[in-house]
Design a binder for this molecule. Structure first.
Ligand SMILES: Cc1ncc(COP(=O)(O)O)c(C=O)c1O
Length: 332
């Protein structure tokens, strides 16, 4: 065999590190800071709605695009929080978490040899799905402490082969919430160079400082942006794997075509529960971010007390630190 198998190349990308850290945490009875999930469940009424859906027989394959009530709830959410008008019938796709939406987007929108520009460090699936699609990820590094988006550096990477800008804001793992100026510059780049944007906004409601604004809300972007999010983070039910992609019908249709051959459909009884959750009042969304802000502060204080330099996250589940002061030389 002359060429390493894809699986070996994925291993080489370090994508198994989180699974290994979780296994190590279990084996050593240590607190697991390696994987992003909350330490408590989401709203009990949402959980009860899933139980009721199972009991009432919503256990067979749902429609390929997701059940109607969830598609409407997602469209209403985009309008309510971000002022985006979305057609629930043609511009919404329910996916098996944001991870599947990202994978299906990359697989359906990139040909082998295409390039994807993104800010790094990236969520671990980005490099892996680029490799699965035969595409190449061209990263621009976010440098601490402020992790400023160097859009000029990104523009310099754009070529005839560039197909996608893959943006994650709020950003895992830096906790950066991209500013209006940064997003505006990125939007200009996409419009001027005729690029499709795929935005991973799973932490849209986990913002502690600053303000999240979807890239799709910038001039010229609604028609070229696929916006991805997930109920896992918003409702603290990460194991349910209900995510979605919204955007112009041709992009959503492309993603649906790939999803059809990945999972086809997912999470039948969880879909009505999340439809109900998305309609919860503003008090729920405010409490979510204030509870996590307090946990962010506790974690950062602890890491500081342990001797690390902490780059305080503006949102998300993660915090990054410089481990040099405590004798570390490599975060992995
Ligand atoms: C940036 C980012 N995107 C996507 C995901 C995955 O979301 P889901 O569990 O809905 O697939 C995560 C989970 O940690 C994440 O941090």
């Amino acid at each position: 065999m002359t060429r390493p198998l894809l699986a070996a190349r994925l291993q080489g990308l370090g994508t198994t590190i989180f699974a290994e850290m979780s296994a190590l945490a279990v084996a050593t009875d240590a607190i697991n800071l390696g994987q992003g999930f909350p330490d408590e469940d989401g709203p009990s009424e949402v959980a009860e709605a899933a139980v009721a859906a199972i009991r009432s027989g919503q256990n067979q394959y749902p429609p390929g695009t997701g059940i109607e009530s969830l598609r409407h709830a997602i469209a209403d959410h985009q309008q309510r929080f971000w002022g985006l008008s979305i057609d629930p019938d043609t511009e919404v796709l329910v996916t098996a978490g944001a991870t599947e939406a990202i994978a299906a987007a990359v697989l359906s929108l990139c040909d082998p040899g295409d390039e994807i520009v993104a800010f790094e460090p990236t969520y671990d699936s980005y490099r892996a799905v680029a490799a699965m699609a035969g595409a190449r990820l061209r990263p621009v590094t976010l440098v601490p402490p402020d992790h400023v988006a160097d859009v000029d550096a990104m523009a310099a990477l754009v070529s005839d082969r560039t197909r996608l800008v893959l943006l994650n804001s709020p950003h895992n793992p830096t906790g950066k919430v991209f500013t209006t100026d940064e997003l505006s510059a990125l939007a200009t780049l996409c419009v001027e160079r005729d690029l499709i944007a795929v935005t991973d906004e799973v932490y849209e409601h986990l913002v502690f400082d600053g303000t999240h604004r979807p890239l799709a809300t910038f001039p010229g972007m609604a028609e070229r942006t696929l916006t991805i999010s997930s109920a896992g983070k918003t409702f603290s039910f990460t194991g349910w794997k209900i995510g979605w992609a919204t955007g112009p019908a041709p992009l959503v249709t492309a993603v649906r075509t790939a999803k059809q051959f990945l999972t086809y459909v997912n999470g039948a009884p969880f879909q009505p529960a999340i439809a109900m959750g998305l309609g919860l009042g503003d008090d729920f969304y405010v409490a979510l971010s204030s509870t996590l802000r307090a946990k962010r502060d506790l974690l950062c204080a602890g890491l500081r007390a342990a001797g690390c330099e902490v780059f305080v996250p503006q949102g998300t589940y993660s915090a990054t630190v410089d481990i040099l002061p405590v004798g570390g030389i490599d975060g992995l």
